[in-house]
Design a protein around this ligand. Sequence first.
Ligand code: DC
Length: 225
Amino acid sequence: MRYHSIAIDGPAGAGKSTLARRVAGELGFLYVDTGAIYRTVALKVLRAGADPDDPDQVIPLLQGLDIAMDYGPDGEQRMFLEGEDVSRAIRENRVSGLASRVSAIPAVRDFLLDFQRRQAREHNVVMDGRDIGTVVLPEADVKVFLTAAPEARARRRYLELLERGQQADPDAVLRDIVARDRQDESRPVAPLRRAEGAALLDTTQLDLEQSLERLLTLIKEKLEP
Ligand code: DC
């Protein structure tokens, strides 16, 4: 049987994970949050006290690295590092910046490539990240580049942090988002960019429900022409 895949890429805070999760629920597909996988590697780097920009310190940590993923009773993706459920720990703000830095190392990307592709070989997936349409699943049935103005993305991320009970400063959130975009877009390997054939969806002026409706419409048009 051939499985379907939907690739959703875009910068931080564009609403990818919320929208991808909802779309997957609507279509009965598995939602794969690839950022969570990079975050788990970043957490390992943090805990090991390694320099996230130094491949010589990061690469040895990949050997025998025990990372696993499953879906909890609520259907939420969970990440495990060396058997420990780190699903909450990887959401800390300091891990976001680290994940972006660690993910610029080509060996880290190579290490995770097969892990991600396997999900699409074994399930119908909605997969979100930065390079899903360009590198991980270039043959995806539908490719979407989801974006919004940096200020809109920072506002959403700030509200999300507050909701999770985390302290946040709105200016710092915007600065972090802009810095992370620059880092993700300018790395030499698998930089964040719109894949060939990807539909562009800008959600700056749209609320969540409007964004979901647009996204579902364009996905259904491609899946059932
Ligand atoms: O989507 P996120 O914010 O959880 O991702 C965290 C970082 O991981 C992001 O800044 C860059 C990296 N990442 C990546 O390089 N490729 C992906 N497919 C997903 C995430």
